[in-house]
Design a protein around this ligand. Structure first.
Ligand code: DON
Length: 338
């Protein structure tokens, strides 16, 4: 059912519908089940949402389905740590280099004992330690308040997923104590871990992800509410790290094929940012061996190719993004015959 006038008249909506139908039948991959609650996901769930920097929304499929944000929280909490402490302090605690290893790698940077970057679990636990607030409740509220600014709505923690994460989080506990041992995180190790597990368990929809992406695309200002979710001068820090480290050990290939800053999470979400233009949020829980959603990666590759979104692309796109977002029915106008 069309959700708004925009859905009826937009050529982009029709394009997304066709893309959704094309990949809906793709059943490859596996739902993450190392956190037992995540294993309950329905493999048919599939939603795509795009929000542009004018605040227009284009959405198809299960765009209202909730799922937990997981590692997509990481770049946003990194942004919060930067706002709390500034670049220098944050850089002393977490580096900027891709690891080429899985997200739960226990390796720290050999020279400084820092976690390599804020997109892997070690770095994310270190940035969660850089939240402010007198107690764990206040620190969690800082995260929820930030996500409210990005999405324009109040988000909550999915308690069963949180408890499941906590009950199975020994590896994250090991990473946190190792960092505590080398002075990279404070003494409140268990408290920080609890907040990290809760931050991963915040419930979102792919429309929320698109709003978050659109806010980063719009220099940190939510294009619908007009609220500034992150100071504009930190947006480049967040996007650079998403570009180099956002897609686990697939980050290099992603940068080559799609060419956009992005972050994925093990529940099957991906957020991608087209600076100055739009945010893209996709959700489908079937994952490849590296932990990325198979349908979401395919959709991003196709969007990047068809609309010429690759940041270093110099090829005339098949379709013009601004035109397809604004022109009325029917369908896309090709800018080339190919
Ligand atoms: O730490 C974990 O295992 C999860 N809560 C986060 C997983 C995730 O999405 C992986 N990301 N880098």
């Amino acid at each position: 059912m069309p959700n708004s006038l925009q859905d009826i008249i937009s050529p982009l909506h029709n394009y997304l519908m066709a893309l959704y139908q094309k990949y809906q039948s793709l059943k490859e991959g596996k739902v993450a089940d190392y956190i037992p609650e995540l294993g309950r996901a329905d493999t048919d769930w599939f939603g795509i949402s795009i929000v542009n920097t004018d605040g227009q929304i284009y959405q198809v499929g299960d765009y209202q389905q909730s799922f937990t944000i997981q590692s997509i929280s990481k770049p946003f909490v990194y942004g919060l740590a930067l706002e709390n402490y500034g670049r220098e302090t944050v850089l002393n605690r977490v580096g900027l280099e891709p690891t080429g290893e899985a997200f739960n790698s226990i390796v720290l940077d050999a020279k400084n004992n820092r976690p390599c970057n804020p997109m892997v679990n070690a770095g994310a636990i270190a940035t969660t330690d850089l939240l402010t607030g007198e107690d764990s409740g206040a620190r969690l509220q800082q995260i929820l308040k930030m996500f409210h600014l990005y999405t324009g709505r109040r988000l909550d923690v999915d308690i069963p997923v949180f408890l499941s994460e906590k009950a199975t989080g020994s590896r994250n506990r090991a990473i946190a104590y190792l960092m505590h041992n080398s002075g990279m995180i404070s003494d409140r190790v268990e408290e920080t871990l609890n907040i990290y597990f809760q931050q991963c368990s915040i419930s979102v929809t792919c429309n929320d992800l698109a709003m978050m992406g659109a806010t980063l695309a719009n220099k940190g200002k939510n294009p619908i509410t007009g609220e500034q979710a992150i100071k504009s001068h930190y947006v480049q820090d967040v996007l650079s790290l998403m570009h180099t480290c956002g897609m686990y050990d697939f980050a290099g290939e992603w940068a080559y094929r799609v060419g956009l800053p992005a972050k994925s999470g093990v529940s099957g979400g991906i957020v991608a940012v087209v600076p100055g233009k739009c945010g893209i949020g996709i959700f489908s829980p079937l994952l490849d061996a590296k932990g990325n959603s198979i349908r979401a990666v395919k959709v991003c590759e196709e969007l990047a190719k068809d609309f010429g979104l690759h940041l270093y692309g110099a090829v005339e796109p098949t379709y013009d993004l601004a035109f397809s977002m604004q022109q009325p029915y029917p369908f896309l106008t090709a800018t080339s015959s190919g």
